[in-house]
Design a protein around this ligand. Structure first.
Ligand code: DGJ
Length: 730
């Protein structure tokens, strides 16, 4: 059993194979947080709460100046009666007060994991994979009931947390904040790690020591965003890629979020994660219920690498769903950078046919096939084929492509509407807007109001019609602007601040409908690249276009950053033309492929323009990728050299049984006086003997990891190596 309740001490002890998480019901029913960290076999109250009479701290019991919520590490703190830290929840009442006082009321422990209504979450296939604790807290005055839900995975060092609010009282409540988790650490001796970036520059890593006060990552853009990502980790200062303690939280949500750490007066640290309270509220009528998104907690004693392998595996196997979860993903050719909006049926067929000859398996028709879309000025929302470009209709093109034994995929941007579209002319109130305010456009488009059922029905219907009209087996779901004027024509004034979250719930509902109606279709999410690369989207769409930046050098950082949380199989990575369209850099074709082969491989250039030598090269890349695809897509990922720390990057993929490995090395600039190029692999079995495919040399796993390999002399900028090792008997 992964959850133990100690009646005597009233301690809940959650255990994964390598971690423990402990809470205690203390005097008068408060729920205190005791411990999260390396696994403890039996918790015997080694870390009791420290009751000290501190000046300035308020006391709920006038007779006991040593007890104050100001100093108590709590499991789900509120505001207004002694705790001045960042609260996990706030519920406004009809008398204007937001004070609640949650106390323990009941609990339930059971095998299995509940589904979260309307929200993405990790899941299990058999009840024995996980145990769940539901801890019910109540505020007696208002009747607010808060259920803290914890699921402990029995084979992975991960704990899923979420919170359910129920209004059991007689008056309406207004949730002003409803975070998914809050954790009070007993000290502040940590670094904080978050991601930052922008369009074409996603998932940079920021690590810095915790300072007094608040430090956070957050989004107010209506999407998880390329600027930040719903993730935060605390690391002990000495922790690195392979060693040391890491405490990480990842939110399974695609909208506005907050992930923050607050170092408090006595050098304790409160970590909070959930829907961003900024711009949010939720009316909870009597009998009403609100479910927060799920957050996943991972403790690693093996540094960031250990943390990532837990997230990668959990998200690959118990977040992603459907037929494609365990299926090798097709090598695709996408026409966007080849043609942009300027194509016709013949051009598309030529590119697809060239892709087929080179071994590619899926052709993806990107933006520009519908309405009158010759540029980004019009037609979003009008999901009918443009007969000027495709006179035979979509089906004729699809038949030509599937007739050459290639799969066919199609681009949509379902959440948007162009002001110049039939949809907008017919339904001007279907976009997010605020009465009497101008509607701010982004890329010449407005955002549909997905908080409305009629809008969701339209999108699901229009897409469903297209997907039923031809044998389409892949969808690229794009989203190219953030939300402004976040208001809905259908919601009353007191519910307008619900619009942002309702938008995300609407999005999830459309995705649930479409993915369950079209289980044979592989969905890839995209938001101008990795602008909504989050665990929420992965639940519906098991791969994400990692960045609009296809430059191999830029991609080293983007893919390295993503790998911290998200598995390689979820990372769309394309070989594109040179000079690169985003940064104008020219890198060798081999290096471009080695970077893209480190994810979910595709091509995005005009294949008909390749030279005969380039075609031979590309054909061998595709053939190699198909051979190593199970290893790349389903193996364990080890980061070796960081692109954020120097001129060289290296990583390895190792199969679950450690019999196969790929070692990839990249050197950005050729420089004088370079270091002796020794590269040590990771993740191999030290007792195994491996054959190096390229040289046929045989090495012990211990040799490859501890002594390392001397790399050959590399010439020129943007050089790379991509080496395979297979176990041999010996
Ligand atoms: C942004 C995407 O990231 C690109 O790959 C492409 O699909 C364009 N949108 C099309 O408008």
């Amino acid at each position: 059993m992964g959850i133990i309740y100690d009646e005597e001490y009233k301690v809940f002890h959650l255990q994964t194979p390598g971690s423990s998480y402990c809470m205690q019901i203390i005097r008068d029913g408060y729920l205190g947080h005791l411990y999260w960290g390396k696994r403890i076999a039996v918790y015997r109250n080694s870390l009791p709460f420290d009751y000290i009479d501190r000046g300035f701290s308020p006391n709920p019991d006038p007779a006991d100046r040593s007890f104050s919520l100001d100093n108590l590490p709590q499991e789900y703190p509120g505001y207004g009666n002694g705790d001045f830290g960042f609260p996990a929840y706030q519920a406004g009442q009809s008398n204007g007060s937001e004070i609640c006082d949650l106390r323990y009321s009941a609990h339930r422990i059971y095998a299995g994991k509940p589904k979260l209504p309307g929200l993405p979450s990790t899941y299990i296939e058999l009840d024995k994979e996980a145990d769940t604790l539901e801890l019910v807290l109540e505020d007696h005055l208002t009747g607010l009931q808060v259920t803290l839900i914890y699921t402990v995975f029995n084979e992975l060092d991960a704990i899923a947390r979420s919170v359910q609010f129920n209004n059991k009282g007689t008056g309406s409540l207004s949730l002003q904040r409803a975070l998914s988790a809050s954790i009070d650490f007993r000290d502040d001796g940590y670094d904080i790690l978050t991601f930052y970036g922008s369009h074409t520059n996603e998932r940079n890593i920021a690590r810095r020591p915790l300072m007094p006060g608040i430090q956070s990552a957050e989004s107010r853009r209506g999407a998880s965003s390329p600027q930040q990502n719903p993730f935060l980790a605390l690391l002990r200062p000495g922790a690195d890629e392979d060693n040391g303690e890491v405490y990480a939280l990842s939110l399974v949500y695609s909208g506005n979020f907050i992930a923050q750490a607050e170092v408090q007066q006595y050098r304790t640290t409160r970590v909070s994660i959930g829907i961003n309270p900024f711009g949010f509220s939720w009316k909870l009528a009597p009998g009403g219920e609100f479910q927060t998104p799920e957050t996943v907690l991972v403790y690693s004693g093996q540094g960031l690498g250990g943390m990532s392998r837990v997230f990668n595996k959990l998200y690959r196997t118990r977040l992603c769903r459907g037929k494609f979860r365990d299926a090798e993903r097709p090598v695709l050719i996408n026409n966007w950078e080849a043609t942009y909006f300027g194509f016709d049926e013949d051009k598309i067929t030529e590119i697809a046919s060239a892709g087929k000859a080179l071994g590619m398996e899926l052709f993806v028709l990107d933006d520009g096939w519908f309405g009158k879309r010759d540029n980004d000025l019009s037609s979003l929302g009008d999901w009918t084929v443009d007969n000027r470009k495709l006179p035979g209709g979509l089906n004729s093109l699809v038949q030509r492509i599937t007739g050459m034994d290639m799969q066919f995929g199609l681009w949509f941007e379902p959440e948007m509407v162009s002001p110049d579209s039939e949809l907008y002319r017919n339904h001007p109130d279907w976009c997010l807007h605020v009465a009497d305010r101008p509607r701010t456009v982004g890329r010449n488009q407005l955002v549909l109001d997905l908080s409305r059922q009629d809008v969701c029905d339209y999108i699901a219907g229009a897409m469903g019609d297209i997907l039923s009209s031809a044998p389409i087996t892949y969808v690229k779901w794009d989203m190219n602007r953030h939300l402004t004027e976040i208001g809905s024509a259908l919601l009353p004034a007191e519910r307008q601040r619900e619009t942002g979250h309702r938008y995300i719930l609407g999005l999830y509902s459309i995705l649930e409908r479409l993915t369950s109606s079209f289980p044979e279709v592989l969905f890839e999410s995209c938001s101008s690249g990795g602008g909504r690369y989050d665990a929420g989207m992965l639940y519906y769409m098991p791969q994400t276009w990692a960045s609009d930046n296809t430059d191999a050098v830029s991609r080293l950082k983007i893919q390295y950053g993503n790998s911290m949380v998200y598995p390689a199989v979820s990372m769309g990575a394309h070989v594109s033309g040179v000079p690169n369209h985003q940064v104008s850099r020219s890198t060798p074709l081999g290096t471009r492929a080695h970077v893209a082969m480190s994810g979910n491989l595709g091509y995005e250039l005009d294949l008909t323009q390749l030279s005969p030598e380039e075609k031979i090269h590309v054909k061998s890349q595709v053939a190699l990728y198909k051979e190593i695809r199970p290893l790349i897509q389903f193996g364990d990922f080890y980061r070796i050299l960081s692109p954020f720390e120097g001129n060289e990057t290296a990583w390895a993929f190792v199969s679950a049984d450690q019999s196969e490995a790929v070692l990839a090395f990249f050197r950005v600039l050729s420089q004088p006086g370079e270091r002796v190029p020794i590269l040590k692999c990771k993740g191999l079995n030290p007792a195994y003997v491996y054959r190096h495919h390229e040289t046929c040399q045989v090495y012990g796993g211990d040799e490859l990891m501890y002594a390392g390999l001397t790399l050959p002399v590399l010439t020129g900028d943007y050089a790379s190596l991509f080496w395979r090792f297979s176990r041999v008997e010996g």
